[in-house]
Ligand binder design. Structure first.
Ligand code: GLC
Length: 515
């Protein structure tokens, strides 16, 4: 039996923005628990919950002050246990976010480490003398991801500490076995509670080049020397051994933010590192048939060469939503959903993309994120009433456009909606071994069209996506019926070979009948 996650569709929940039970305008775990039925109805298999641990929230939870507790903003550990129990009862797996590259500067480990140079935890973080204490005195020229330098001077102990992100997010020293042991205990804490795995933050940065070389001129912003250090693979093998010692195929999904698929592929090791590695090169591909075809072929070849199972992401909490990035009418977002959910590998749906949400327009006075990512983190609109299902205070961020009509309740009542389209694609995918497990083969088509076949044993499907708003014709070998139509009109009819602008279809061999 292949592990469950190979055929799974994941759904990413940004808990601050998903559903609010407490009424304070910030989403919470009880809110999420109350909305699990939406996810089960739509037909996803698993959810990834972004960080909900104790945190000062300078990076909205990616600055963890206690890995073993829920921040009061999100609820309690008991709330988490109830959420997990209910999710499992509905057949939904749950993976949680784990942030191993850095802690919050408020984490007791860092508070202890910075208390003196002799602290037993000093070496849990990365401290360096510089040639000086002023701006020119930094140990090297590394820059932090949200701007500024990657080193901050600690006056009390007169050394620099490293932070790839905010100064409030000091980097842990994974070369210290005590750090690895303490972080392994964190993983066991959640695995023992029953989580189905982890999304691991910033995998590519976990170990640093021990010589701390300057980044080459011109490449400063990409951390050439910090990222993709060979020693990280040993760290990952340790994590994998730990996960594999548990039953139930617990999964490790790593954020490997290296924009080269062949490099990302190394992070599955010889089947002894990550189970799944996010490959973000397609996320940054434009909405263009040729560009996508090249990305898909690269993934097939480069991930295929090492036996890595692909992942597909079109939106997440760090980037503009697909509808906003691709622009155009909702029809284009519908076609994108057909593509995302019919490629070989594991797709990740970002909450709200099933409604066709665009980014919120965030006025300057409501900007809160140091990385400028607020627009894609807008609250999920559940219904058309004032408050849109958020029971108390106004949500922490503005709504995406059209919440009165573009909300879960309204779209669920409309069988032609983009929400129902997601449900039909997921049902088709679940029923078809070709779609959830099969090989991918590109087919000949006009430059504006991407066409491919998926096959597994005797099961076959074809997928055709028109990337432009101009109608297009395709000629496929054999006769096909439309199983899913992004426009929701042609399902159950014979495929004519003509696509409307921004239309995508899933086809099955003609004459087989539904299902
Ligand atoms: C990852 C997260 C991002 C966070 C950063 C620092 O890139 O996805 O949201 O800000 O790590 O933890």
């Amino acid at each position: 039996m292949p592990p469950w996650w190979r055929s799974a569709v994941f759904y990413q929940v940004y808990p601050r923005s998903f559903a609010d039970a407490g009424g304070d305008g910030v989403g919470d775990l009880e809110g999420l628990r109350g909305r699990l039925e939406h996810l089960r109805w739509m037909g996803v298999d698993a959810i990834w919950i972004c960080p909900f641990y104790r945190s000062p929230m300078t990076d909205f939870g990616y600055d963890v002050a206690d890995y073993r507790d829920v921040d009061p903003l999100f609820g309690t550990l008991e709330d988490f246990d109830r959420l997990l129990t209910d999710a499992h009862a509905l057949g939904l797996r749950v993976i949680v976010d784990w942030v191993p590259n850095h802690t919050s500067d408020q984490h007791p480990w860092f508070v202890e480490a910075r208390s003196s140079r002799e602290s037993p935890k000093r070496d849990w973080y990365i401290w360096r003398d510089g040639p000086g204490t002023g701006a020119g005195g930094r140990p090297n020229n590394w820059k932090a991801a949200f701007g500024g330098d990657a080193w901050t001077w600690d006056d009390a102990t007169a050394q620099w500490y490293l932070h790839l992100f905010l100064p409030t997010q000091p980097d842990l020293n994974w070369r210290n076995p005590e750090v690895a042991a303490a972080m392994h205990d964190v993983l066991r804490f959640w695995l023992d509670r029953g989580v189905d795995g982890f999304r691991i933050d910033v995998v590519q940065g976990l170990t640093k080049d021990p010589t701390f070389p300057d980044d080459p001129p011109g490449q400063v912003a990409v951390h050439a020397a910090v990222n993709d250090c060979d020693d990280t693979h040993a760290v990952l093998r340790g994590l994998r051994r730990l996960a594999d010692a548990y039953d139930g195929d617990r999964v490790l999904v790593g954020e490997v933010y290296l924009l080269d698929t062949a490099t990302v592929a190394k992070y599955v090791g010889n089947g002894d590192e990550l189970h799944l590695a996010f490959d973000f090169t397609p996320l940054y591909a434009p909405w263009d048939a040729g560009a996508w075809r090249r990305r898909i072929e690269a993934a097939e070849a480069e991930l295929g060469a090492v036996g890595a199972w692909p992942t597909w992401t079109m939106s997440n909490h760090d980037n503009p939503r697909l509808r906003t990035r691709y622009g155009g009418p909702e029809a284009r977002a519908r076609a994108a959903a057909v593509l995302l959910l019919t490629l070989r590998g594991v797709p990740f749906i970002y909450y709200g993309d099933e409604l066709g949400l665009e980014d919120a327009v965030v006025p300057p006075e409501r900007v809160v994120d140091p990385g400028g990512r607020d627009g894609c983190r807008s609250p999920m609109p559940w219904d058309g009433a004032p408050g849109h299902g958020w029971p108390g205070a106004e949500p922490w961020l503005p709504w995406s456009p059209e919440p009165d009509t573009r909300n879960v309740e309204a779209l669920r009542a409309d069988e032609r909606s983009i929400l129902h389209l997601h449900r039909r694609i997921l049902a088709a995918r679940r029923a078809s071994p070709a779609l959830h497990a099969g090989a991918w083969l590109g087919l000949e088509a006009a430059p504006s069209v991407l066409a491919y076949e998926r096959s597994e044993g005797g099961d076959r499907r074809a997928v055709v996506v028109n990337f432009t708003s101009t109608p297009a014709d395709v000629t496929l070998a054999g006769d096909w019926d439309v199983e899913v139509d992004s426009a929701g009109v042609a399902e159950g009819t014979a495929f004519t070979g003509r696509l409307a602008g921004d239309q995508a279809v899933i086809l099955r061999p003609a004459g087989r009948g539904p299902g």
